[in-house]
Design a protein around this ligand. Sequence first.
Ligand SMILES: Nc1ncnc2c1ncn2[C@@H]1O[C@H](COP(=O)(O)OP(=O)(O)OP(=O)(O)O)[C@@H](O)[C@H]1O
Ligand SMILES: [Mg+2]
Length: 251
Amino acid sequence: MALSLKLSGLTKIFPGNGTLQWVPVLDSIDWHIEKGQFFSIVGPSGCGKTTLLRIIAGLEPASEGSILLNGESITQYDRRIGLVFQEFALFPWRTTVQNIEMGLEIRGVSKRERRAEALKYVREFGLADFANTYPRMLSGGMKQRVAIARTLIANPEVVLMDEPFGSLDSQSRMEMQNFLLEVWEQRKVTVIFVTHNVNEAVYLGDRVMVLSKRPTRIMEVFDVNIPRPRERSDPELTDFREEIFGLCARL
Ligand SMILES: Nc1ncnc2c1ncn2[C@@H]1O[C@H](COP(=O)(O)OP(=O)(O)OP(=O)(O)O)[C@@H](O)[C@H]1O
Ligand SMILES: [Mg+2]
């Protein structure tokens, strides 16, 4: 399989400031992620998962180390990398279709094309009845579908997701997991998915990376070689879950 991202010696220390101490966050993270892989990351709260995604997205500089995307170094925001965060970050004054269109605005696509493309996403993502609805009238799951559509419409190669389903109830969460898997399988994008939820990490991921407490190192990377579509009750998934829970409990 071709390589998508390569992280080498990635280190992050937030500098102190007056009475604030230095915060060493990432400690020489080395890893590679293959193209089209669904890569889950779990780790204790505050260990630096969001920081890691922000560095990969070029929103935060690394203190040391490098990130290669398709073999090329990235040091700033790159449109081949898309982001979906937990807080939906939809513009409240824009409708569903207008929010989705935003993903193309920065690319200089004409208004007519943007609208046509956004409407395709509206239909494909089951949002047709809500195309002209404002975010406050959408359910959490729908808002997150709008946020995913807005990211995917820009056609990224890698999608970084930071606890995207963290605020959903368990039923919507399972529906969104399955929805995301369908979208991922169709588009063959690389997904890096951060979650606190070990069940979710294992159900979704081809691989699950477990991070330590700060300063953060990689504890282990599990290869979840279970064919898809997966059954949530598959005993093999349970075995992975137990093993990862066991590892997390020792952190
Ligand atoms: N801009 C900043 N300046 C100083 N310290 C920061 C900054 N951003 C994050 N940190 C610190 O870096 C550490 C990692 O934060 P980060 O948000 O990446 O953790 P996380 O693993 O995403 O946590 P959570 O699971 O709670 O979302 C924390 O101790 C946090 O306080
Ligand atoms: Mg975080």
